[in-house]
Design a protein around this ligand. Structure first.
Ligand SMILES: Nc1ncnc2c1ncn2[C@@H]1O[C@H](COP(=O)(O)OP(=O)(O)O)[C@@H](O)[C@H]1O
Ligand SMILES: [Mg+2]
Length: 277
């Protein structure tokens, strides 16, 4: 099949071998009486970027934490390649985590350490590298995020977007197979958010890294996602290729895409006001 250069994107490239790099099977997780995941099964394909959408508090971060074994399910299974993650003990989990880059929502840097020291931190922890090699690797990933000259600065001297990019550099310094992004654009201005989205796409395309991004930002989702999943009330409501997802007629999907409030919630608010008068 011939395609023009414009359409030879990761969308077509990834169709060749759709094997899951990681998957969760029938995950259940509750905190006390708060059921968060109520039977979630998802496969995340190698080379693809999957966006997991859902309103705040639906368990998107909880899902990511299960994938890296930071939380254990009440029931269900988590796999990385063919290895069962949810039953692993710490040393084996640590080994898996070195293959996964995690950009946390609060992407916290060590404020009392330089950018270099922050980015090199995982190399100290998990890899036996010489000082020069660590510095070379840090410089390489800082170049990748477009910040070649800031290694000696302190995080406090950087803008919010720059700090996010340093956190991203740190997340990729061990050259992970899988990148997890938790709300990568939340709290950023639209221009900085766009830059982060571009970086996510660039890393996926150039490093071939498989990515899972959790967000409630549809602009970001459309920009980066090959596939989109909507979580709601502990369940997967929709799981589709990105172009099909945005055209789904499902009411909850369209409400989410258009940023429309839930009819039930609106009705309750109106009734609440009426009861006041
Ligand atoms: N460690 C925890 N202990 C108790 N409750 C938690 C914990 N982590 C998350 N929760 C609860 O699980 C629900 C989903 O949280 P989260 O995954 O952070 O939502 P989001 O979709 O916004 O990322 C929330 O009600 C949250 O309060
Ligand atoms: Mg969250």
């Amino acid at each position: 099949m011939k395609s023009s250069p414009e359409t030879t994107s990761r969308h077509t490239r990834t169709n060749a071998a759709r094997t899951p790099l990681t998957r969760v099977v029938n995950l259940h997780k509750a905190f006390g009486s708060n059921t968060v995941l109520n039977g979630v099964s998802l496969e995340f394909m190698a080379g693809e970027t999957t966006v997991v959408l859902g309103p705040s508090g639906t368990g998107k971060s909880v899902l990511l934490k299960h994938i890296v074994g930071l939380l254990r399910p009440d029931a269900g299974e988590v796999y990385f390649h063919d290895q069962r993650v949810d039953q692993l003990k710490e040393p084996a989990l640590v080994a898996i985590r070195t293959r996964i880059g995690f950009l946390f929502q609060m992407g916290a840097l060590f404020d009392s350490r330089t950018v270099y020291e922050n980015v090199e931190f995982p190399l100290h922890e998990h890899a036996q590298r010489k000082r020069r090699e660590r510095r070379d690797q840090a410089e390489k990933v800082l170049r990748m995020v477009g910040l070649p000259d800031i290694g000696r600065k302190m995080p406090g001297d950087l803008s919010g977007g720059q700090r996010k990019r340093v956190a991203l550099a740190r997340a990729i310094v061990l050259e992970p197979e899988l990148m997890l992004y938790d709300e990568p654009t939340t709290g950023l201005d639209p221009i900085t958010a766009d830059l982060i989205n571009e970086l996510i796409v660039t890393l996926a395309e150039n490093l071939g890294v498989t990515s899972i991004a959790v967000t409630h930002d549809m602009v970001s989702a459309r920009k980066i996602g090959d596939r989109m999943v909507l979580l709601h009330s502990g369940k997967v409501i929709a799981d589709e290729a990105a172009d099909r997802f945005v055209n789904l007629e499902d009411e909850q999907v369209q409400h989410f895409i258009q940023g429309k409030a839930d009819d039930e919630d609106l009705r309750r608010i109106r009734e609440g006001f009426q009861s006041l008068s």
